[in-house]
Ligand binder design. Structure first.
Ligand code: DQA
Length: 145
């Protein structure tokens, strides 16, 4: 059991944070966010394992792994797969590990095609719209579970 461990899973294009549309996603890189999460996790008596993939199946595999490893929770920013992936929806439904949906931006204030979230329909809850702080807020929520 890894019951003080939180997986922080990031989907497509989030490897480009820092330079990708900074007016929407901010100037922090994923490494910057990972560093802040590690610091906050330590204060909360938790550990984070931050991963990123541009491939949908990797995210599915990591969700299964989260359950197999007995991690406390998953923070999932599935990027654009949020709005398309029934496979991610089903993977979240297939595990008992709580999954918290995270977004830097608030998809509901953006294009119509971002208003559907297959991830959100299966997740325990959602934190969106606070930039990099969305991840820290989601970690605080995970700590309360
Ligand atoms: C995002 C929002 C998604 O709509 C978009 O496709 C992303 C990033 C966010 O964190 O704001 O890649 O998940």
């Amino acid at each position: 059991m890894a019951d003080n461990l939180i997986y922080v899973l990031n989907g497509p294009n989030l490897n480009l944070l820092g330079t990708r549309e900074p007016e929407i996603y901010g100037r922090d890189t994923l490494d910057d966010i990972a560093g802040r999460l590690e610091d906050r996790a330590r204060e909360l008596g938790l550990e984070v394992d931050v991963r990123q993939s541009n491939h949908e199946g990797h995210l599915v595999d990591w969700l299964h792994e989260a359950q197999a490893e007995g991690v406390k929770a998953v923070l999932l920013n599935a990027g654009a797969y949020t709005h398309t992936s029934i496979a991610l929806h089903d993977a979240i439904k297939s595990i008992r590990t709580p999954v918290i949906e995270v977004h830097l931006s608030n998809p509901h204030t953006r294009e119509e095609f971002r208003h559907i979230s297959y991830v959100g329909r299966a997740a325990k809850g959602t934190i969106a719209g606070f930039g990099a702080a969305s991840y820290l807020l989601a970690l605080a929520a995970a700590a309360e579970l």
